[in-house]
Design a protein around this ligand. Sequence first.
Ligand SMILES: *[C@@H]1O[C@H](CO)[C@@H](O)[C@H](O)[C@H]1NC(C)=O
Ligand SMILES: *[C@@H]1O[C@H](CO)[C@@H](O)[C@H](O)[C@H]1NC(C)=O
Ligand SMILES: *[C@@H]1O[C@H](CO)[C@@H](O)[C@H](O)[C@H]1NC(C)=O
Ligand SMILES: *[C@@H]1O[C@H](CO)[C@@H](O)[C@H](O)[C@H]1NC(C)=O
Ligand SMILES: *[C@@H]1O[C@H](CO)[C@@H](O)[C@H](O)[C@H]1NC(C)=O
Ligand SMILES: *[C@@H]1O[C@H](CO)[C@@H](O)[C@H](O)[C@H]1NC(C)=O
Ligand SMILES: *[C@@H]1O[C@H](CO)[C@@H](O)[C@H](O)[C@H]1NC(C)=O
Ligand SMILES: *[C@@H]1O[C@H](CO)[C@@H](O)[C@H](O)[C@H]1NC(C)=O
Ligand SMILES: *[C@@H]1O[C@H](CO)[C@@H](O)[C@H](O)[C@H]1NC(C)=O
Length: 317
Amino acid sequence: MFSYIPLINTFLPFLLTLVYAQDIKCPITFDGRIPKNATKALFSSSKSPFNPKYVLGQNVTWDQVITFPDVPPSRFDRLVGGKAVEIKINDSSVFASTSEGAETALRRAELLVNNNNPTVSGIKNWHLSVRTSPERPLNYSHEYVLAWHESQDFQADFWSLKTGTPMGSLANDTYNSPVANKSTKGNGRKELYIQGYKWANPVQTFFSTPFLEDTWHNFGIHLDYDNNLIQILYSTGDLPLQIVTPLSSTNLSGIPPTTLGETHFGLQKRPFGANLTSFLYHGTQEVGIHEGIVYGGIWQEDSKVTSCANCTGCYTK
Ligand SMILES: *[C@@H]1O[C@H](CO)[C@@H](O)[C@H](O)[C@H]1NC(C)=O
Ligand SMILES: *[C@@H]1O[C@H](CO)[C@@H](O)[C@H](O)[C@H]1NC(C)=O
Ligand SMILES: *[C@@H]1O[C@H](CO)[C@@H](O)[C@H](O)[C@H]1NC(C)=O
Ligand SMILES: *[C@@H]1O[C@H](CO)[C@@H](O)[C@H](O)[C@H]1NC(C)=O
Ligand SMILES: *[C@@H]1O[C@H](CO)[C@@H](O)[C@H](O)[C@H]1NC(C)=O
Ligand SMILES: *[C@@H]1O[C@H](CO)[C@@H](O)[C@H](O)[C@H]1NC(C)=O
Ligand SMILES: *[C@@H]1O[C@H](CO)[C@@H](O)[C@H](O)[C@H]1NC(C)=O
Ligand SMILES: *[C@@H]1O[C@H](CO)[C@@H](O)[C@H](O)[C@H]1NC(C)=O
Ligand SMILES: *[C@@H]1O[C@H](CO)[C@@H](O)[C@H](O)[C@H]1NC(C)=O
């Protein structure tokens, strides 16, 4: 696992700017960047780049869940005149699926990219930026999934960006982070971390970094579905992305024919005192929550072109 330590790495952006001075234009395979003039209603309409109905609490609509916070645009929104989007959850954020009923122990509001096989196959790079909500803090005693790839049979997560204290870690802390303050275990881990395949044993954590207030955290997630490989790029503020992990093996394909799947961006607040096998219906959630997370610049590029100096191929930094 690799940790981004700002003090030690301050010289890296300069070096990498030299290496990647020639930016190559990559074909865009999905664009979820939201224009400055967009209204909340966009998200409930067929014009939304995301699914206008899912994944939300029962009888909740996207226009009720979205706000546009007063924060500067993220690095990749700036390129296209986009703006930041805040996603909110409260006690009504209980999703009910047709097969499994109301997921009473989860709170969810996740923008969904589904029925879009090119986004979950080939060699692709996701970009996204996240920052804390200025008004609706999270409770870092809980585990939150902020972005993830769900398999087509809904049984596995191939990669996930998370924050907070991993479920089950109070009983048996197998998550080992060099930047975590061990003595605050149980009071919450205010870090962003990227993990691999849900059923991997142990689950791999590729990268982690402190989740700072009022700061854009920018991610590049390079996914080679053909060869089951992942690589992470990262920066804060307006700095260009830099490579922060090696190209690593991870299971991005599951059990055929349930490969492909869909990608989620939002808040999935998992219950306290549950574990991976029980979290839809067991464990606890506090009552009276008003929490949010801010997203910027969600988009994806094709990375088949491999003329860049590094294995991430074509990639906007
Ligand atoms: C936003 O501006 C663009 C470009 O001027 C225009 O095409 C679009 O219709 C506008 N959208 C809204 C919701 O006003
Ligand atoms: C959602 O609306 C349906 C239809 O009005 C109602 O039966 C159901 O109880 C509502 N669910 C919640 C959680 O409010
Ligand atoms: C949660 O937010 C939704 C959307 O704004 C609202 O309809 C609902 O009443 C809220 N629920 C609670 C318990 O505050
Ligand atoms: C955070 O969550 C834990 C577990 O649900 C709960 O005990 C605690 O009261 C919450 N803290 C705050 C500040 O809401
Ligand atoms: C905690 O996890 C480790 C590593 O998987 C395992 O060896 C150990 O038995 C576990 N301890 C408990 C109390 O479950
Ligand atoms: C860890 O957290 C505890 C409790 O909040 C605090 O007293 C301690 O100074 C922290 N340690 C470090 C190294 O940040
Ligand atoms: C991914 O995991 C599934 C289930 O354990 C397994 O069937 C499949 O072969 C794995 N794929 C790779 C590439 O390891
Ligand atoms: C997970 O939670 C369920 C329900 O509380 C419990 O039956 C099971 O033993 C737990 N599994 C682990 C691995 O802790
Ligand atoms: C790819 O990037 C890594 C990390 O920055 C670097 O160590 C390696 O030399 C690069 N590979 C090539 C072929 O440039």
